[in-house]
Design a binder for this molecule. Structure first.
Ligand SMILES: Cc1ncc(COP(=O)(O)OP(=O)(O)O)c(N)n1
Ligand SMILES: Cc1ncsc1CCOP(=O)(O)O
Ligand SMILES: [Mg+2]
Length: 225
């Protein structure tokens, strides 16, 4: 898949599933397939936390989830691991403030891959943009149980601050987001929401995804009127 332009990227960011095996109560391949049926628009492989797979099992899971994404034309993003992203020819990578800086990632991946960077302030966002980020992940918006070392909860204030500083790079909110609290993030100006537990942790993954899909789709359609 070639790199999307900024308009397409905003569309891909609308409903972004971030997931690894530790987030799933059903086999990850089944969770991803149901989430795609339910309407996710982008996927990040994030195999992290207690019980995360390593070695061959890690690589094989990444490969099988990438294959499912390919079959459904959903871009496949790798969290943190540049070697994995290169080995799989992934569509992009997401890195945070503790990871390899985006300019070094760009030097290795080239221009044709998406680079997402986590930012918690206007200064971090400016640096990420200067380093060549294509999109930002802003959060945690709400309290989360899916990331042990998450920064302080920030609500929508960073998203609002970015807009007030005329920073219009594509971005998603992340952290503790579900169907009943997603709207303020979109109202603040995010292109979409990134979720782990609101999809991967649900008994009925397809139904949970459909709800988020309908909500985000309607919000964006109404915004354009
Ligand atoms: C879309 C998106 N936004 C933010 C993050 C968090 O990245 P990071 O701060 O590097 O933390 P880890 O996910 O690596 O624990 C993300 N993964 N995706
Ligand atoms: C990866 C990440 N980065 C900031 S919060 C978070 C975890 C999001 O998971 P959940 O949607 O379950 O709160
Ligand atoms: Mg990271």
């Amino acid at each position: 898949m070639s790199k999307p332009d900024q308009h397409q990227l905003r569309q891909y960011l609308r409903l972004y599933l971030v997931m690894g095996s530790v987030n799933c109560t059903q086999p990850p391949e089944e969770v991803l397939t149901s989430a795609i049926t339910g309407g996710i628009t982008l996927f990040q492989f994030r195999e992290k936390g207690v019980g995360a797979l390593t070695g061959q099992a890690y690589y094989q899971l990444a490969e099988s989830l990438q294959q499912i994404c390919r079959e459904h034309k959903i871009p496949f993003i790798v969290n943190d691991d540049i070697e994995l992203a290169i080995a799989l020819d992934a569509d992009g990578i997401h890195v945070g403030q503790e990871d390899i800086p985006a300019d070094q990632i760009r030097a290795r991946l080239g221009q044709n891959k998406m680079i997402g960077v986590s930012a918690h302030s206007v200064a971090e966002a400016r640096q990420a943009i200067q380093d060549g980020a294509d999109y930002l992940g802003i959060g945690p918006i709400y309290p989360t149980t899916s990331k042990a070392d998450a920064e302080a909860v920030q609500g929508t204030r960073t998203i609002t601050a970015l807009k007030n500083h005329q920073i219009h790079i594509p971005l998603v909110g992340i952290g503790g987001i579900h169907a009943d609290n997603a709207e303020p993030i979109l109202t603040a100006g995010a292109d979409g929401i990134a979720v782990i537990s609101a999809i991967a942790g649900q008994n009925n993954v397809e139904q949970a995804t459909e709800r988020l899909n309908t909500l985000t789709k309607h919000f964006i359609a109404n915004q354009k009127q």
